[in-house]
Design a protein. Structure first.
Length: 199
């Protein structure tokens, strides 16, 4: 297999980036980027740490992050499975990337920066859902923000397709790892279980 192992070889193969791909980058949350992110209920949080990289989906029933100022966003850590992959990575290496999506939009907005984990009640206490508060909030300091070329979303037709027929379920994934696992029971009970663990 022929591989590319130098930056020169890579850049020679692809050529120079378009000027617009550089112009779109902001070093803060501009008014329009703020408006777009405020409309997003779903983000993929990417972190890096000693064990490697991690991409974690995060969602909410309103804006998935709260914009504190032009350089700062707060992402509450609602209930999950307590693996803590992203949080552990942030504690050891603060570099993060976030990819915000809005259903129906072919644009994706990306934010790169650094983050810390806060358990300060002055911050966690400002988030509340159904009487619940997050144990921690991921505080993101923005280094750069930009929208992603729409071609990937356009190619995939992600907002117009339904490819779920025959798709493996969570229970089936678990049964694949542990043959005695009750996949059907897990899958049928999960929607009601999840309703009590959303926040």
């Amino acid at each position: 297999m022929k591989i590319i192992d130098t930056l020169d070889a890579l850049e020679t193969l692809y050529g120079a980036p378009s000027q617009l791909s550089l112009t779109k980058v902001a070093t803060r949350l501009t008014p329009l980027y703020r408006k777009w992110i405020d409309a997003s209920r779903f983000v993929v949080l990417t972190t890096v740490g000693p064990e490697g990289t991690d991409g974690s989906p995060r969602g909410d029933d309103g804006p998935v992050v709260r914009i504190a100022d032009d350089s700062t966003m707060h992402l509450p850590d609602w209930q999950g499975n307590n693996r803590l992959d992203s949080l552990k990575n942030i504690v050891t290496d603060g570099r993060v990337s976030l990819m915000f999506m809005v259903p129906g939009s072919t644009n994706v907005v990306r934010v790169n920066g650094t983050a810390v984990i806060a358990d300060d009640p002055a911050i966690t206490g400002t988030f509340e859902r159904k009487g619940m508060h997050p144990k921690t909030v991921i505080v993101v300091t923005v280094a750069e923000t930009y929208f992603q070329c729409a071609k990937a979303v356009m190619r995939s037709g992600i907002w117009t397709r339904d490819d779920t027929d025959g798709l493996p379920t969570a229970g089936q994934f678990l049964k694949e790892m542990e043959a005695s696992f009750d996949a059907d029971g897990y899958d049928s009970a999960y929607p009601d279980y999840a309703k009590t663990k959303m926040w």
